[in-house]
Write a protein that binds this ligand. Structure first.
Ligand SMILES: Nc1ncnc2c1ncn2[C@@H]1O[C@H](COP(=O)(O)OP(=O)(O)OP(=O)(O)O)[C@@H](O)[C@H]1O
Ligand SMILES: [Mg+2]
Length: 86
C-alpha cells in the first residue's frame, strides 16, 4: 500500500449565526490581507493561514454564507493510512 493512501476523509463544519458574508465578498475572504474589519483591527490573514495549513496537509476549506443569516465553513482533511513524511 502506498504511504500516501487516503483511508478516509474527516469533515468538520463550523457555523455561526452572525452577519453572514455578502455574495460579492465570498470570492475574496481567503485572500491574504482581505479584511472588512476596521483599520488596525484585523490583519485579513486568519482565513488565508487556515487555508494554507489545510492545503499543506492535502485538505480543503470552503464557505457557505448568506448575508444576515450566518456562515458555515466546511473543512475536509484526508486521513492517511500511514503518517505523512516531513
Ligand atoms: N464567520 C464570519 N462571518 C462573517 N464574515 C466573516 C466570517 N469569517 C470571515 N469573514 C469575513 O472574511 C474576512 C477575512 O477573514 P480573515 O479571518 O481572513 O481576516 P480578519 O478576521 O478580517 O482578520 P484577522 O483574522 O486578522 O482577525 C473578514 O474580514 C470578514 O469580512
Ligand atoms: Mg479572522
Amino acid at each position: 500500500m502506498s504511504p500516501q493512501e487516503v483511508s478516509s476523509i474527516l469533515q468538520v463544519e463550523v457555523e455561526d449565526t452572525g452577519p453572514g458574508i455578502p455574495a460579492e465578498a465570498l470570492g475574496r475572504i481567503f485572500e491574504p490581507f482581505y479584511s472588512t474589519k476596521p483599520a488596525g483591527e484585523g490583519t485579513g490573514l486568519g482565513l488565508a493561514i487556515c487555508m494554507g495549513i489545510l492545503e499543506s496537509y492535502g485538505g480543503k476549506i470552503s464557505v457557505q454564507s448568506e448575508s444576515g443569516k450566518g456562515t458555515r465553513f466546511t473543512i475536509l482533511l484526508p486521513i492517511y493510512e500511514q503518517p505523512l513524511k516531513p
